[in-house]
Design a protein around this ligand. Structure first.
Ligand SMILES: Cc1ncc(C[n+]2csc(CCOP(=O)(O)OP(=O)(O)O)c2C)c(N)n1
Length: 580
């Protein structure tokens, strides 16, 4: 029997067991939406902007381990996906994005709503392709899902011209996929693992660095076993956080420009570093030339291209993180590093991450989240709100954190939280956003309300684009250039100290939430935090916005200044420079 391309598209999604599709229609996708009409196996979610849509698909994928699916129209629909494609791909999130396209006969003619989305996205996704022939459609979709979810996961863009959607052809969808030259999911080379174990056994100050690859490979359980059997201290990148419970006695903290003193000191002083699933980007290494200079570096990563790219590796191992951990687990024995562990414990005690005890502080809010939401998914936006969360949120097998680590995309947090809630209806889902980032995809409040998603949106309102303002304060002589969100026409151009005449908020997030049919609570004192969370929890079908009015010039500390090695951190609010 012959069916249309659009019908085959729907059949393919069903075969791929797609449960939720995030879609926004338009002229060049209308046939695909028509084919989705009236069926009830795939739930179609209509966000309010394509950027919100793809972040929602991303949050769904990160939190469930399933592949997220997007469907948008050509031209502006497709270009609105671009930031989300880069965001997801950078953090190795499996997404398949279908874009409508003008008919093949019009491609290249500057046709209405035509853009070369394959060309635009070529460098920011794992694979992108335009279907040119109806007979290839099934195979291309099959390959798209396979490529997105295997190996180092990523984003695949499938561009579907209008005539291909309408053309009749076979109704068969392939069961298997054959791709020459693409061999994902490699196991670790036993010889290299043996070599690594030999080096570790000689180490006096061994350290394990966990990156996001361990979370992506879902190797948390095995990781904990490995850490316990080998008995070595552990640090994480932001993306690796949570791969081992944060209250584990061998866990030190995050490394990097906002890492803890003890973690940055440990990575600077170790003699053998076993790193799994990280690409050593500049945000975690600080000045790369001085990073881990005189140590033996073992690097396990699924992506051969990330080995020895940023830092020189002594023992490279290309492998899936989980498979490598399993192998290590079989072969390693306990290391004796008592002196090293007690040295680290001393640093931890002398320089803990600073928890301010008075007033309404981000730290206090996060402590309450740790306490009140055991079984939860916390999704951050980008900025200080994100950094405080990566510092103070405690994670274990029941609490997960999602964040845009690689691209650092403002506007990610709230829509990604909606996707996470759709994928995990039984978990509490909390979005943590700044007042700047929240305004980047605010329109998704409508999606949250109509879908009855009771997410809790915590806005850390400091009236500033806080993270940039902090840099201006520390490194640009307090030139608060274009970072004050309360800046009005009548303000002095060079104001660096907004006074009481400033309006406290633009917009009034509470009224805004209410206008959408959501619930809103403003918190100005620390005593109100717990009650606000309890009230939010009682809302079972509407989202709750909790606006926390935090101090405008609160900083995230410690911080490694730009271009400095990890060993040079500005430590606390006195901005005391500590050279280790
Ligand atoms: C889309 C996008 N634009 C600009 C930036 C640069 N940037 C990083 S953090 C930040 C400030 C964020 O301000 P806000 O959302 O209010 O959060 P806060 O830092 O105050 O917690 C900016 C502008 C970015 N990361 N993403």
């Amino acid at each position: 029997m012959e069916i249309s391309g659009a019908e085959l598209f729907v059949k393919a999604l069903k075969e791929e067991q797609v449960e939720i599709l995030f879609g926004y229609p338009g002229g060049q996708a209308i046939d695909l939406f028509d084919a989705l009409y009236g069926q009830n196996e795939i739930e179609v979610i209509l966000p309010r902007h394509e950027q919100g849509l793809i972040h929602a698909a991303d949050g769904y994928a990160r939190s469930t381990g399933k592949t997220g699916v997007c469907l948008v129209t050509s031209g502006p629909g497709a270009t609105n996906l671009v930031t989300g494609i880069a965001t997801a791909n950078y953090d190795s999130v499996p997404l398949v994005c279908f874009t409508g396209q003008v008919a093949t006969s019009l491609i290249g003619n500057d046709a209405f709503q035509e853009v070369d989305i394959v060309g635009i996205t070529r460098n920011i996704c794992k694979y992108s392709v335009t279907v040119r022939d109806r007979k290839d459609l099934g195979e291309i979709i099959k390959k798209a899902f396979y490529i997105a979810r295997t190996g180092k996961p990523g984003v695949v863009v499938v561009d579907l011209p209008k005539d291909i959607q309408r053309a009749l052809g076979e109704d068969t969808y392939p069961e298997t996929v054959a791709l020459r030259g693409y061999k994902p999911g490699s196991t670790a080379h036993e010889g290299q693992i043996k070599k690594a174990i030999g080096v570790l056994a000689q180490a006096k100050r061994p350290l394990l660095l966990i990156g996001g690859g361990v979370n992506i490979a879902q190797g948390q359980k095995e990781m904990k076993q490995l850490v316990e059997s080998i008995g070595m201290p552990v640090v994480t990148t932001i993306m690796g956080k949570g791969a081992i419970p944060t209250d584990h006695p061998l866990y030190i903290g995050n490394i990097g420009i906002h890492g803890s003193y003890a973690a940055n000191r440990a990575i600077s002083d170790c003699d053998v570093l076993l790193s799994i699933g990280t690409r050593f980007n500049d945000r975690i290494t600080g000045k790369t030339e001085t990073f881990a200079k005189d140590i033996t570096l073992i690097h396990i990563d699924i992506d051969p291209a990330s080995i020895s790219r940023n830092v020189k590796v002594d023992i490279p191992i290309v492998a899936d993180a989980k498979k490598a951990i399993e192998l290590l687990l079989k072969k390693t024995s306990r290391l004796d590093c008592r002196d090293w562990l007690s040295e680290i414990a001393g640093w931890k005690e002398a320089y803990p991450l600073k928890r301010k005890s008075e007033g309404l502080t981000p730290q206090g809010i996060l402590e309450q989240i740790n306490h009140s939401f055991q079984n939860s998914i916390v999704v951050t936006d980008v900025g200080q709100n994100q950094l405080w969360t990566t510092q103070f949120l405690e994670l274990d097998e029941n609490r997960m954190m999602l964040t845009s680590g690689g691209l650092g995309t403002m506007g990610y947090g709230f829509p990604a939280a909606l996707g996470a809630k759709l994928g995990n209806p039984d978990k509490d889902v909390i979005a943590i956003c700044g007042d700047g980032g929240m305004q980047m995809n605010l329109q998704e409040m409508a999606t949250a309300v109509v879908q009855e998603l009771p997410v809790i949106i915590c806005i850390f309102n400091n009236g500033y684009l806080g993270n940039v303002r902090q840099w201006q304060q520390l490194f640009y002589q307090k030139h608060y250039s274009s970072t004050c969100l309360r800046y009005r026409k009548q303000c002095e151009a060079q104001c660096s100290n907004p006074g009481s005449s400033c309006p406290p908020y633009i917009p009034d997030f509470i009224k805004l939430a209410e206008s959408y049919g959501a619930s809103g609570i403003r918190v100005t004192r620390s005593e109100e935090i717990e009650a606000a969370f309890q009230a939010a929890r009682r809302n079972r079908s509407v989202p709750t916005v909790i606006e926390f009015m935090i101090a405008p010039e609160e900083n995230v500390l410690p911080i490694v200044p730009p271009g400095s090695p990890l060993t040079e951190m500005i430590m606390d609010s006195e901005m005391e420079e500590v050279f280790l």
